[in-house]
Design a protein around this ligand. Structure first.
Ligand code: GLN
Length: 277
């Protein structure tokens, strides 16, 4: 079978299973098994696939057709221009989360903490933009931390990683930062979306936060002021319909200048507040 024939068959199979990114997915997976760039795939589309390549491509397409995320099949996801390793132990970074980075970069900061870092997406993006700042990140999942550390090493970015339930570990308990960011779990335990798209394959621990989805956001906003320098900022991602409740949590915790920023889709996505000077 030629590259072109393999591509067309895979695209048709994926489309028949309801994928709305069938062509792109087929191309990315074909690029993975042949180790050819997407451009090379087009230029050499009459090249024959080896038996081994055909077999592994077929296996990947079969798994993708079940809804299994492309990012896990590829083993990476691009975020803020950084190629990040992802595994089933980490959430797949979303473009919406880049809103946190954009908002953070509007101000100066010299020390940053990322709570629940997963693959390291937020802290590595911030460190890549402000290399002189001191950067720390935590996660409760040791397996996620291993992935984040590997990403930091591959990208040559220096970050201190800690296994911690939010601020609880000894290394973070007494520290203060100019900026705290987090994309915590925020989905309601009974949200039917958990059965859709990539969510069934991603770590539940990284997605779900109690009945109303706000357990972790409550814990973070309540504890954050004690870990911020005066004038420092907290930025948290949340669900599209949680803006009002999250702003209330920030206000109850004593934050000033509380506001919510919208993502590229126009949804309220990131709430920010400042610890009074
Ligand atoms: N934004 C993700 C989604 O709803 C959830 C991420 C999270 O819970 N932090 O697809």
């Amino acid at each position: 079978m030629t590259l072109n024939e393999a591509f067309l068959k895979a695209r048709a199979d994926l489309a028949a299973h309801g994928s709305d990114s069938a062509g792109l997915d087929a191309q990315l997976l074909l690029s993975k098994v042949t180790a050819l760039s997407r451009t090379a795939l087009i230029v050499h589309d009459d090249k024959e696939l080896s038996e081994a390549e055909s077999a592994s491509f077929e296996a990947l397409i079969k798994k993708r057709a079940t809804g299994y995320p492309v990012a896990y099949l590829l083993g990476y996801k691009d975020f803020w221009g950084l190629r990040l390793k992802v595994t089933e132990d980490t959430l797949i970074p979303r473009p919406d989360t880049e809103t946190v980075v954009e908002e953070a970069l509007k101000e100066d900061f010299r020390s940053t903490l990322d709570l629940g870092t997963g693959s390291g997406a937020l802290i590595l993006a911030l460190k890549s933009e402000r290399p002189d700042g001191a950067c720390c990140a935590c996660d409760l999942s040791e397996k996620a931390l291993e992935v984040a550390k590997e990403n930091a090493q591959t990208l040559g970015l220096e970050v201190g990683f800690y296994k911690s339930s939010w601020f609880a570990c000894p290394e973070l308990a007494a520290r203060r930062f100019d900026l705290i960011v987090s994309n915590p779990p925020y989905i309601e335990a009974r949200d039917p979306h958990l059965r859709e798209t990539s969510l069934p394959f991603e770590p539940r621990q990284a997605l779900v936060s109690g009945e109303d989805g706000l357990d972790d956001l409550r814990a973070i906003t309540a504890a954050a002021p004690a870990h911020l320098n005066p004038g420092g900022r907290l930025l948290t991602e949340h669900g599209f319909d949680q803006g009002e409740r999250v702003r209330a949590l920030f206000e109850m915790a004593g934050f000033s200048e509380v506001k919510t920023v919208r993502d590229l889709g126009g949804n309220e996505r990131v709430t920010c507040g400042r610890k009074p000077r």
